[in-house]
Design a protein around this ligand. Sequence first.
Ligand SMILES: Nc1nc2c(ncn2[C@@H]2O[C@H](COP(=O)(O)OP(=O)(O)OP(=O)(O)O)[C@@H](O)[C@H]2O)c(=O)[nH]1
Ligand SMILES: [Mg+2]
Length: 233
Amino acid sequence: MNRTLVILTLNEIDGVSSIVPHLPKSIADEILVVDGGSTDGTVEFLSEQGICVVQQDVPGRGEAFRVGIEHSVGENIVFFSPDGNEDANDIPELFHLLESGAEIAIASRFLPGAENEEDGKPLPFRKWANQSLSWIANVLWNRSGKKVTDTINGFRGYRREAFLSLKSVSRGFTIEYETTINALQSGMRIVEIPTIEGQRIGGKTKGPSWPTGIAFLRFIFSQISRDIRSAFL
Ligand SMILES: Nc1nc2c(ncn2[C@@H]2O[C@H](COP(=O)(O)OP(=O)(O)OP(=O)(O)O)[C@@H](O)[C@H]2O)c(=O)[nH]1
Ligand SMILES: [Mg+2]
């Protein structure tokens, strides 16, 4: 088994019902949904579609990544969030990059040719925050000379052994940032493609700006203190 698509859901009935039925069965050898405890009919809808749904015991998006890896068998795993932000047409290219030697393949909202959901807004605060996080990661942890433009986007794939070797611990939305930074530090091959980010189709965000932003800042400080400790001990 080569290609696994892991779909992440938490109360996403609007997005799921308009996106998932249009995913071609051939998009992956294995399709699995990891659900974080939806109560809006998401799980029932997916089960009716004949899609395997695994429920998380421990909450959080980071936890969902690990559950997806644990319950799947493919060598190459692409994570997809069906809320309207991610363009499913990019999924085959992410798999292709992993099969061609990338250890992590990221759909970037900031490469030339890409679009971020806030492009065109007069004050794109989330875009600026995202770009600042990537700037920090590149300055502090990237020694490869090739910048990663979107270190936090969840629309991405990993080779199985690469994900496992990163030994992620993030429970929530820092999972992508954590694994990108650890991958940069261990010299993994990260490849990006431009993507067009769409608008959320319905429902509510699970990553509200302030708590999520604070979680990222705490993560950066814990990462820096970990590095300082390991440099001196
Ligand atoms: N399985 C699982 N999925 C989650 C969890 N939290 C969020 N998700 C899913 O992860 C995806 C990303 O969450 P969003 O709320 O869209 O976060 P975001 O893209 O930063 O925010 P928006 O701009 O509102 O789209 C969505 O498909 C969610 O349903 C969780 O704890 N478990
Ligand atoms: Mg989203």
